[in-house]
Design a protein. Structure first.
Length: 524
């Protein structure tokens, strides 16, 4: 399938509808959607949004688990020139309120599982003027299927540009509030198109593929993978939530050829009893990212899945992947490059920079900077954060690492104060702010510690106010109503004081050191 001229998502929908017609685009549970049906459905959604007076670049929020319908909504928003704000459904109510209000979303689509949450917070959603139940029936809100069905089936006939924003994804930040990363249509095209122009087919995504889409679309990794499957005309099998035994069942049933996972998902599949009996012979490639993979896990995965492995490294701000480690480098017998994040994609530049802004030579450790053709437009209504992260096309990743003589990138540590747990980016500032709201907490510091299953686990150090006593479990329960469960510390240590430098800054490296001692990398 020749896709080198595509620049926007609506173009792809039209092309697939004309040339692939009745072939299957999406599968969710027992429901299938053909490419021609997908074109009609997305036209109807676009016309419905326009009828609701959604203007270009206005925000539409989504709080629902993945399905064929959520991908219809994504492309329907694109056809209406609206911007989809996908919300992590694992977040706490207050976090959801912040994202919807900060994004200035006007319409909210919500899945049945999240009706109770939205009912509780509805009055606090300042800009929402309509709520539509994307799955399930709700007495007071519009029903998605009914709403969609009455709309015109023809294209809305708008003009689209590659630079138009199409999604706004929220990433946690060091300030305690998440930032809205604005991504344009070009984010989904320029990287792989540029590589192909240089003769690099990378994973050779094509219309004969059947992809498993099991990383949630509120993550850039999941969204990018699902969109790439559609761009390349593949059959895309969507899971609403990852469950290891179901994933193995789907791989066998649909003869999945390629799948994107985080290392924790690979671990879950390998520990599932049915993994030994499932027919996984259709798998050609497994793409993984979100966090590094341990040599032990990689060795086991290579033996069981018997397919090629690709690693990707990047971030939402770079438009997902920017660096890749290819199958030839996944040699667990001793090649050092197996510990690398990989080499830059064609068209991507990487440099290592010291604290003074100087570019460092090979082998020297500093902060990793990335310039990608898929780079974000900027953070929504946060010019200072945009200027701090994005300058002349370069993204400051906040990761510490080095480049070797062959341009392999090695990630050694985090300059940004971030924890990665099962592929989720967690910033301690959010947790510290929530813990500080407790009446008995005087000071708090949060770090990430190694965890063999999740990569890293959240750990808090708390200094209590004089004569105040509280149990670890009570503080953890206090946090559960304020932040998402995956951000809640697994353990809390009560200490008399926190280590600080002469200027009073908490020395988190001192807190981290005992847990990471003896490890080559301070990321897991």
């Amino acid at each position: 399938m020749e896709n080198i001229t595509f620049q926007t998502l609506p173009e792809v929908v039209s092309w697939n509808a004309n040339y692939k017609k009745d072939e299957v685009a999406f599968v969710h549970e027992n429901y299938t959607t053909s490419f021609s049906e997908f074109n009609i459905f997305t036209n109807q959604i676009a016309n419905g949004l326009i009828h609701e007076k959604i203007q270009p670049v206005a925000k539409v929020a989504l709080l629902a688990k993945d399905s064929n319908l959520t991908y219809e909504l994504l492309f329907g928003c694109a056809k209406a020139k609206a911007v989809l704000v996908g919300i992590n459904w694992r977040l706490a109510p207050q976090e959801i309120i912040y994202i919807i209000n900060q994004s200035e979303s006007e319409i909210l689509f919500v899945g049945e599982e999240f009706f109770p949450v939205v009912e509780k917070i509805e009055n606090e959603l300042t800009g929402i003027r309509k709520i539509i139940a994307i799955k399930g029936n709700h007495g007071e809100w519009s029903d998605f299927i009914s709403w969609k069905t009455i709309q015109y089936r023809e294209s809305p006939g708008l003009n689209y540009r590659a630079e138009d924003p199409v999604v706004q994804m929220y990433t946690s930040g060091t300030t305690g509030h998440p930032k809205g990363v604005q991504l344009a249509h070009y984010t989904f095209f320029r990287l792989l198109q540029g590589a192909k122009l240089q003769g690099d087919e990378w994973m050779n995504l094509n219309q004969k593929d059947t992809l498993l889409i099991c990383v949630p679309m509120f993550h850039i990794g999941g969204l990018w993978w699902g969109v790439q499957g559609f761009i390349h005309g593949a059959k895309n099998v969507v899971m609403d939530a990852f469950i290891a035994w179901k994933a193995l069942e789907i791989i066998e049933k649909y003869r999945i050829t390629k799948v994107a996972l985080v290392p924790a998902m690979i671990q879950f599949c390998l520990t599932e009893p049915s993994c030994k009996t499932s027919d996984l012979s259709s798998l050609q490639y497994i793409l993984y990212g979100g966090s590094p993979i341990t040599p032990t896990l990689l060795k086991q995965a290579l033996e069981v899945f018997k397919c090629h492995f690709f690693q990707i490294y990047g971030m939402t701000e770079t438009g997902n992947c920017a660096v890749t480690l290819r199958p030839a480098d996944h040699d667990v017998t001793g090649l050092k490059r197996k510990d690398a994040a990989g080499k830059p994609f064609p068209g991507v530049e990487v440099k290592i920079v010291d604290q003074q802004g100087n570019t460092l030579p090979a082998g020297k450790t500093g902060e990793i900077y990335i310039k990608s053709p898929s780079v974000m437009l900027g953070y929504w209504k946060n010019e200072s954060a945009t200027n701090e992260t994005l300058s002349e096309g370069w993204i400051r990743t906040g990761d510490g690492g080095y480049m070797d003589d062959e341009e392999y990138i090695y990630v050694c540590d985090r300059i940004k104060d971030m924890i990665i747990c099962a592929g989720e980016n967690i910033f301690p500032a959010e947790i510290e702010a929530a813990l500080s709201e407790h009446e008995g907490v005087s000071e708090v510091a949060v770090i990430g510690v190694p965890d063999e299953l999740w990569g890293e686990a959240v750990k808090a150090f708390v200094v209590l106010k004089p004569n105040y006593t509280i149990k670890q479990r009570e503080l953890i329960n206090f946090l559960r109503s304020r932040i998402a469960d995956f951000k809640v510390p697994k353990t809390i240590s009560f200490v008399e004081s926190l280590p600080r430098n002469p200027s009073g800054k908490v020395l988190k490296r001192v807190l981290r050191e005992p847990f990471w001692q003896g490890r080559e990398r301070h990321v897991n």
